[in-house]
Design a protein around this ligand. Sequence first.
Ligand code: NAD
Length: 255
Amino acid sequence: MSGEFEGKVALVTGAASGIGRAAAHAFAREGAKVTVADINAEGGEETVSHIKESGGEAIFVKTDVSKSDQVKALIDKTVETFGRLDYAFNNAGLGVGIGIPTADFTEEDWDLTHSINLKGVWLCMKYELIQMLKQGTKAAIVNTASISGLAAHPADPAYVSSKFGCVGLTKTAGLEYAKTNVRINCVCPGPVKTGLMDRVEKAIPGSAAKAKDEVPMDRVGQPEEVAEAVIWLCSDKASFVTAVAMPVDGGEAAL
Ligand SMILES: NC(=O)c1ccc[n+]([C@@H]2O[C@H](COP(=O)([O-])OP(=O)(O)OC[C@H]3O[C@@H](n4cnc5c(N)ncnc54)[C@H](O)[C@@H]3O)[C@@H](O)[C@H]2O)c1
């Protein structure tokens, strides 16, 4: 542990697996106490166990980020347990209906995608900001958008629009709070080897190989590679960085 975040408290949503779990581990490695939030209780508790086994401190709070009462309770529980909130990684997200073009897309899949990928990020920021501004100390929020929030691709209308929305929301809030101690950025991962990628591959066979072929580095990313960008954005090393949408994508956003 380098201890860079010693005495600090981090909150990670979607931390039961994939990028969120890797980030929760990385925050703990840096010495932060971590609140692990997810709708998946089994995976969330597992992340907490891993952190505790490595000598860290963590709690799991079962949370659906699309529900305001649950998000408010998540922040309350974090502050009640650890006394403060310094870093938040709003990462929970999903992709449903991927491969279906706009005219055929269902309202149900549209609403589900946007309620988690966009409204969920806003709700988390809303309650995190209230706490962070009350503290008045240095704090940072990082959201998970996607390269699908920087460039469109066909047959993915809800996911792409939710991630473009996440980028817009991040930049708006970054500007709104630029004169405070709170910096707000997002990461835009390219294809990363997680359960999400596996589910898309199942729905659209060949999609994983196609995604890899589109990456200039000619490989997909690992969750830990996104987590390290999040840690940097939260650290004092990124002290002049706010309202940024940062690709973590092996060069794909430059194409
Ligand atoms: N894997 C990729 O290729 C990729 C690329 C770009 C962006 N992303 C984004 O990264 C983020 C993390 O995804 P991942 O790839 O690690 O996939 P993942 O499926 O492993 O992780 C997503 C997590 O979010 C949780 N979650 C889903 N709905 C939730 C809700 N309503 N409330 C709380 N938690 C909820 C899931 O239970 C899961 O643990 C997502 O926002 C995703 O859109 C992923």
